[in-house]
Design a binder for this molecule. Structure first.
Ligand code: GLA
Length: 715
C-alpha cells in the first residue's frame, strides 16, 4: 500500500515500511526503511544544517540529508545517483519535487525486463522531480506489493533543456541508511568458480565498489548486494539487499560518509557509459529490487526466491516441474554422430529421464570451437536426419528434444562472417579481439537482431525442439562508443522477448561459459541457468550455496557428470554427485551408455527420487544451515511452505578420525507434528528436528553426503 500523509510518502509491504518526504526546499528526503510502521501522520524533521559544509541560502546542506536520488556538486559532495552534462557544459544539478502519481499496477520498464503483476496487487508511486536550470526531469518509480517486502525501483531521465544533453550516469536507485556498523555481503568469482560469498566491513569511504565492465553481468561480480547489521547472519539480523534486473555492465557502490551514514547505489556501470538525449527524449534505467528482512540473509533469499519465481519470469515453465535432462556435452564434446546421440537418448529413456539435449557441434562444419558459429544449419555428415529428423527420433523414444545455440556469437571462419563482416562489434580501424575464437554480433543493429530471431526461429519452427540452451561464451570488447554495452542489451532483450513470445512452450536455459550471466535479466526469459562449467560435486556445494543467496533453487541448473571430474579431476561417488545436484534443476551430462548395470540402477533411483522431490524443489522455502565456505560441512534444506514436507542435504568434504558430527537443526517445520524420514522409515518430532537437530550419519570417506526426506505424519 502507498499512502501520502502530509508531506510524507509511506510505502508499505508485508512487514516493511519505506518513507520519504518533500522538505520545504523541495528535496526528496529519505526518512525510514525498516520494520513496518503504522500509517499515521509522523512529524519527523531532518535538520540538514552543517556549519562546515556548503549550504544553500536557507542554511541547508544536502551533504547532511539522506536523499532519494542525490546529485553531486551543489551542496552534496558524495557519489551521486545521476550525472548529466547539461547545455551549460557542467554536471551540477538539484532536482526538486514537481508532482506525484499513484497507480494500481507495476511499472513496465521500456525495452528491459521488470517485475510482473502476477497474482499480486501492486501499486506504483511515480515522483517527478525537475531541475529547470539544468533542463532535467527525473521520474522515480517505486512499486510495492502487499504480500512482499520488495520495492522495485527505476528512474527515467528526460531532457527538457531545449537542446542536446548527455546522461553520464543514471543509477536505478539510491538508498541512504542512517547508521554505521554495517557489513556488505556480495558474490564474486571467475570461470568454474562462480558466486563465492564475500563479506566486508563498511567503514568510512567508498568501501564497496562492485562494478563490472566485462560486457555481461559476468562470472566475476553478481549484480547483488546485502548491507547487513554487523551481527547479522543466516538466521537473524537486519539486512537490506539490492539486486538488479539487468545482464550488462553493472555497478553497486556503498559509501560511508563523515556522519557514519551509508549510501548504496545500484544500476548500470557509469564507466564506459554515456547516453545522448535530444530535447524531449528519455533515458530509462533497468529496475533494481530492494528488500529488507530481520531474518538475516536467509530471510532476504526466501523473499527474492518467491519474487523471482512468481513475478519475474515470462516463461510458463517458471512454475512447472522441469524435465530431467541428459546433455551430450561432457559425454562426447564435438565427437558424435547420430547413432551415438540416439544411443545416449535411448539409455536415458530407459532410466526414466525426460529430455535429451544436443549441445555444441551440430551445425556448419563445427568439429571444434574454431568455426561455424553463426551458421545455424545442421551438419548432415554428423546428423543425416537433420535436426527435425533427429528430434522426431528422440520424440519417438518418448523424450523431449533440446538444442544448444550461441546466437550472439560468430566465428570469423563462418559463412555468416564472410557474408557480413560488418555485423560484429568492432572499433573502426582496429583489429577486433577474439575470445574463444569468436566475435560478438552487433546487437545494437536491428538487422543483426532480426537475423538471430529468424535463424533460431526457423529451426524451432521446423523441428520439434522443446528446450533451448542459449549460450554466450565471451566478454565484450571493442565497444565502438560509450553506452554501447547498454545498446547491445536492449537488442538482446528484444531478441529474447520476441523468441520467447513466439515459442511459449519451449523451455529456455541460459548459459555463458557456465554461470557468466546468471542474473535476473536472463531469468526473466529463461527460468533456469547453467550455474557453472565446474560440475565437480564438492565445488558445486559452494557455487550452488552462493548462488542461492539471490536466486531460487529452481533456476540453478545442476548435472551429475563423470569422474574423475573433467574440470578438477576429483573423484566422488555417484550418490554424492546425485545428492548435490538434486538441489537444483537436476540432470545428467556424461556417457551413460558406458555405465555398469549397478550404476544405472543407482541412477534410476536418483531419477525416481528427483521426480518425488521436484515439486518441493520448485516451490519450497530454502534454508542454508551450514556454510561450505566456513568449514568442512555443508547443509541445506528445502521445506514446503505448508510444512508438510522437507528435504535435508548434508555433505562432509574431508573425513576425519574421531570426528564428532554436530547436530544440524532444521527450520520451517511444525514443532508439534511428527515427520517420517522416507529413506529410513524413522519418525522424528518437528520440535526434535528444529530444536535438538539431527546428526548426519556420514560414511567414513571423503566427500560423503547424508540426506533426509521428511513427510509430515497426518494424525
Ligand atoms: C560453454 C558451456 C558448456 C558447453 C560449451 C559448448 O562452455 O558453458 O556447457 O555448452 O560451451 O561449447
Amino acid at each position: 500500500m502507498i499512502v501520502k500523509n502530509g508531506n510524507i510518502f509511506h510505502l508499505q509491504g508485508k512487514n516493511t515500511s519505506y518513507m520519504f518526504s518533500v522538505n520545504e526546499s523541495g528535496d526528496l528526503v529519505h526518512l525510514y526503511y525498516g520494520k513496518k510502521l503504522r500509517d499515521k501522520k509522523y512529524d519527523w524533521y531532518i535538520r540538514g544544517n552543517s556549519a562546515l559544509s556548503s549550504c544553500d541560502a536557507s542554511g541547508k546542506s544536502l551533504d547532511a540529508i539522506p536523499q532519494e536520488y542525490p546529485a553531486y556538486g551543489y551542496t552534496d559532495l558524495k557519489m551521486p545517483a545521476y550525472e548529466v552534462l547539461n547545455k551549460n557544459g557542467n554536471t551540477v544539478s538539484r532536482l526538486t519535487f514537481k508532482s506525484y502519481d499513484i497507480v494500481d499496477d507495476i511499472h513496465p520498464v521500456d525495452g528491459m525486463p521488470y517485475l510482473l503483476k502476477g497474482d499480486m496487487r501492486p501499486q506504483t508511486l511515480y515522483i517527478t522531480l525537475e531541475d529547470k536550470n539544468a533542463g532535467i526531469e527525473a521520474i522515480l518509480s517505486y512499486t510495492v506489493f502487499d504480500n512482499y517486502d520488495i520495492i522495485a525501483r527505476n528512474v527515467r531521465i528526460k531532457n527538457i533543456s531545449g537542446t542536446k544533453m548527455t546522461v553520464q550516469r543514471a543509477y536505478s536507485l539510491a538508498l541512504e541508511v542512517p547508521k554505521s556498523g554495517y557489513k556488505a555481503v556480495y558474490l564474486n568469482g571467475g570461470w568454474g568458480n562462480e558466486r563465492n560469498i564475500k563479506e566486508t566491513e563498511i567503514t568510512e569511504g567508498i568501501k564497496l565498489d562492485i562494478s563490472v565492465a566485462r560486457g555481461a553481468s559476468s562470472h566475476d561480480i553478481n549484480p547483488f548486494v546485502m548491507v547487513a547489521d554487523k551481527d547479522a547472519d543466516e538466521g537473524s539480523g537486519a539486512v537490506y539487499s539490492a539486486v538488479l534486473i539487468y545482464s550488462g555492465n553493472h555497478s553497486t557502490t556503498v559509501e560511508s560518509d563523515r556522519y557514519g551514514n551509508i549510501r548504496l547505489l545500484q544500476g548500470i556501470n557509469p564507466f564506459g557509459f554515456a547516453w545522448e538525449l535530444e530535447d524531449g527524449e528519455v533515458f530509462e534505467t533497468p529496475q533494481s529490487i530492494l528488500t529488507y528482512s530481520e531474518q538475516g540473509y536467509g530471510g532476504i533469499s526466501r523473499e527474492l526466491h518467491d519474487v523471482f519465481r512468481n513475478n519475474l519470469s515470462r516463461s510458463k515453465w517458471a512454475k512447472k516441474e522441469r524435465p530431467i535432462l541428459i546433455n551430450n556435452w561432457e559425454a562426447t564434446y564435438f565427437d558424435f554422430d547420430e547413432e551415438k546421440l540416439l544411443s545416449i537418448a535411448r539409455c536415458a529413456k530407459e532410466q526414466g529421464m525426460d529430455l535429451f539435449v544436443l549441445d555444441d557441434g551440430w551445425f556448419g562444419v563445427r568439429d571444434n570451437d574454431r568455426c561455424s558459429l553463426g551458421d545455424w544449419f545442421v551438419n548432415r555428415d554428423k546428423i543425416p536426419s537433420g535436426i527435425d529428423g533427429l528430434a522426431k527420433k528422440v520424440n519417438d523414444l518418448g523424450l523431449r528434444f533440446g538444442l544448444w545455440f550461441e546466437p550472439e556469437a560468430i566465428n570469423p571462419d563462418s559463412k555468416l562472417y564472410r557474408a557480413h563482416p560488418d555485423w560484429i562489434i568492432r572499433v573502426p580501424g582496429m583489429e577486433p579481439s577474439l575470445g574463444r575464437y569468436e566475435y560478438l554480433l552487433d546487437l545494437a543493429k536491428d538487422e543483426v537482431c532480426d537475423y538471430i530471431i529468424n535463424a533460431v526461429s526457423d529451426i524451432l519452427r521446423t523441428a520439434n525442439v522443446g528446450y533451448v540452451k542459449w549460450d554466450m561464451n565471451r566478454v565484450m570488447t571493442d565497444m565502438p562508443y560509450p553506452g554501447y554495452n547498454h545498446k547491445f542489451y536492449l537488442g538482446f532483450y528484444r531478441v529474447m522477448s520476441t523468441i520467447c513470445t513466439s515459442f511459449p512452450d519451449v523451455l529456455f536455459e541460459g548459459c555463458a561459459s557456465g554461470g557468466g550471466r546468471f542474473d535476473a535479466g536472463v531469468l526473466a526469459y529463461m527460468p533456469q541457468i547453467w550455474t557453472s562449467d565446474n560440475s565437480d560435486a564438492v565445488k558445486r556445494l559452494q557455487i550452488q550455496y552462493g548462488t542461492s543467496l539471490a536466486y531460487p533453487i529452481s533456476s540453478i541448473s545442476a548435472h551429475v557428470t563423470a569422474v574423475p571430474n573433467h574440470q578438477n579431476g576429483r573423484v566422488t561417488s555417484l550418490k554424492t554427485r546425485g545428492d548435490i545436484a538434486q538441489c537444483g534443476v537436476f540432470g545428467y551430462e556424461l556417457d551413460i551408455t558406458k555405465m555398469t548395470e549397478d550404476e544405472l540402477k543407482e541412477l534410476r533411483e536418483q531419477i525416481t527420487d528427483c521426480k518425488k522431490l521436484r515439486p518441493l524443489m520448485l516451490n519450497g522455502d530454502f534454508y542454508r544451515l551450514k556454510n561450505p565456505f566456513e568449514g568442512n560441512i555443508c547443509a541445506w534444506e528445502m521445506a514446503a511452505k505448508d510444512k508438510s514436507e522437507a528435504y535435508l542435504m548434508c555433505a562432509k568434504v574431508l573425513s576425519e578420525a574421531h570426528e564428532r558430527e554436530k547436530a544440524i537443526k532444521l527450520c520451517g517445520l511444525s514443532a508439534d507434528a511428527d515427520y517420517l524420514d522416507t529413506y529410513t522409515n524413522t519418525v522424528y518430532g518437528g520440535d526434535e528436528l528444529m530444536y535438538k537437530g539431527i546428526v548426519p550419519k556420514f560414511g567414513m570417506y571423503d566427500f560423503a553426503t547424508y540426506t533426509v526426506h521428511l513427510v509430515k505424519i497426518e494424525n
